[in-house]
Design a protein around this ligand. Structure first.
Ligand code: DC
Length: 214
């Protein structure tokens, strides 16, 4: 097989999409790209250079300089960077630049796992496997809260809950590439599902698609 086998995974923050995507990439020996990091890296480059977050031309230039190989999840996971990323993610010129880079990545062989908000709908609409991983806002806020507390930090559940809802609203209601399941995506609601169960469900969908492709 010379073509790449693409697995597109979309859904809101803290639904378990990142853990699932990394696990799947490892299991199948595929390359993984968390596309949220490309928006975050663009936002961080603007912040670090003291540039505004509302100038689309400047933001596009930064987006074109993002190196996919150098994306560091630990550095980019900061809350303020996520907020800034969500603001520049509404800009069509930024999206065009990052989508081009994401599409180039998706062609790596033997296969790739891309996770984000618009992979199945815009970045790789022909992907043979599309998953939409979701969970209720309460469950996602609770997971984020538990994660912070688990690391010995302090957190305010109500503030996190409001933040999750605000971020969903921005991602789902933007004009360009809003977050939504592709019509042919498999929905995985992890509200009441363990990560192991979600992984098994994903695995049977992927195995079926791989045998169709063989
Ligand atoms: O998944 P995340 O929190 O790292 O994403 C950061 C922001 O980038 C988020 O507000 C949504 C946006 N994003 C996007 O618009 N399209 C993607 N494919 C991935 C992320």
């Amino acid at each position: 097989m010379t073509d790449s086998f693409i697995i597109a995974i979309d859904g809101p923050a803290a639904a378990g999409k990142g853990t699932l995507s990394r696990g799947i990439a490892e299991q199948y020996g595929f390359h993984h790209l968390d596309t949220g990091l490309t928006y975050r890296a663009t936002a961080k480059a603007l912040i670090d250079a003291g540039l505004p977050l509302d100038d689309e031309t400047v933001a596009e230039k930064m987006a074109r300089e993002v190196e996919l190989a150098g994306l560091d999840r630990n550095i980019l996971s900061r809350h303020e960077i996520g907020e800034a990323a969500s603001k520049i993610a509404v800009m069509p010129a930024v999206r065009r630049a990052l989508v081009e880079a994401q599409r180039r990545f998706s062609k790596k062989v033997p296969g790739t796992v891309l996770d984000g908000r618009d992979i199945g709908t815009v970045v790789c609409p022909a992907a043979p496997v599309k998953l939409y991983v979701t969970a209720s806002p309460e469950v996602r806020a609770r997971r984020r809260y538990d994660e912070i507390i688990g690391k010995g930090g302090t957190a305010d559940f109500d503030a996190i809950f409001e933040d999750v809802k605000r971020r969903d609203d921005r991602d789902m209601n933007r004009a360009d590439s809003p977050m939504k399941p592709a019509v042919d995506a498999h929905l995985l609601d992890t509200s009441e599902m363990s990560i192991e169960a979600a992984f098994q469900a994903a695995q049977s969908i992927i195995d079926a698609a791989l045998s169709r492709n063989a």
